[in-house]
Ligand binder design. Structure first.
Ligand code: FES
Length: 204
């Protein structure tokens, strides 16, 4: 796990705060394959790749208005529990006005429109027998954390649209992590997600 996000809003050192949250959340890189099978077939992916094949995040440990950053497949990802105001703001956007109208979400049909519903954890799969509160799913936005311009990690709760701001070349993302202004060509991508319990989501 690596702490790479900044969510300045409380006067706390954001790096320290996020580290604490990540530790509490206990995002877990699942490396069972490496532990169980000491002899890895040379045709299989390297052990370090297997070790990050999936990442589990306990959403119950993330307070409203807080973003944590977890590593998934060697890349940082934002996990944010949005406020109702942020959700309303994202849902109020006319998709036809967006620079990138594609949801960029592998959990749903390719090319689906970039509505907030299509970007949120409402689109995550749910394991059999698991029940997840829709309000919880709607509140969570999970996305890649590398700017789609040249890969910098944007700053949270910043920019002209109250989402993320990439200071490298001035890209503004909204509260649904959709690009709204600047050189970044695409929305931040939504990773594969599955709820494996009422409050635990697995990336991968
Ligand atoms: S890397 Fe983000 S704007 Fe260039």
């Amino acid at each position: 796990m690596t702490d790479v996000n900044n969510t300045p809003d409380s006067g706390q050192d954001p790096s320290r705060r996020d580290f604490i949250h990540i530790a509490a959340v206990g995002a877990t890189a699942v490396g069972g394959a490496f532990v169980i099978w000491p002899f890895i077939d040379q045709m299989n992916p390297a052990a370090d790749t297997l070790a990050e094949a999936s990442t589990e995040v306990n959403l119950a440990d993330i307070d409203e208005g807080v973003t944590v950053t977890v590593m998934f497949r060697s890349k940082p990802h934002f996990v944010r529990r949005r406020t109702q105001a942020e959700i309303d703001e994202a849902r109020g956007v006319d998709v036809s006005s967006l620079p990138d109208r594609d949801a960029r979400n592998v959990n749903i049909e390719a090319g689906a429109p970039a509505t907030d519903e299509n970007r949120s954890a409402l689109t995550a799969m749910v394991d059999d027998g698991v029940e997840v509160d829709d309000a919880l799913r709607a509140a969570f936005l999970v996305s890649g954390a590398n700017c789609t311009h040249l890969g910098c990690v944007p700053t949270g709760e910043a920019g002209a649209y109250d989402g993320w701001f990439c200071p490298c070349h001035g890209s503004h993302y909204d509260t649904s992590a959709r690009i709204r202004r600047g050189p970044a060509p695409e929305n931040l991508p939504i990773p594969p997600m599955t709820f494996i319990s009422a409050t635990t989501v697995r990336l991968g």
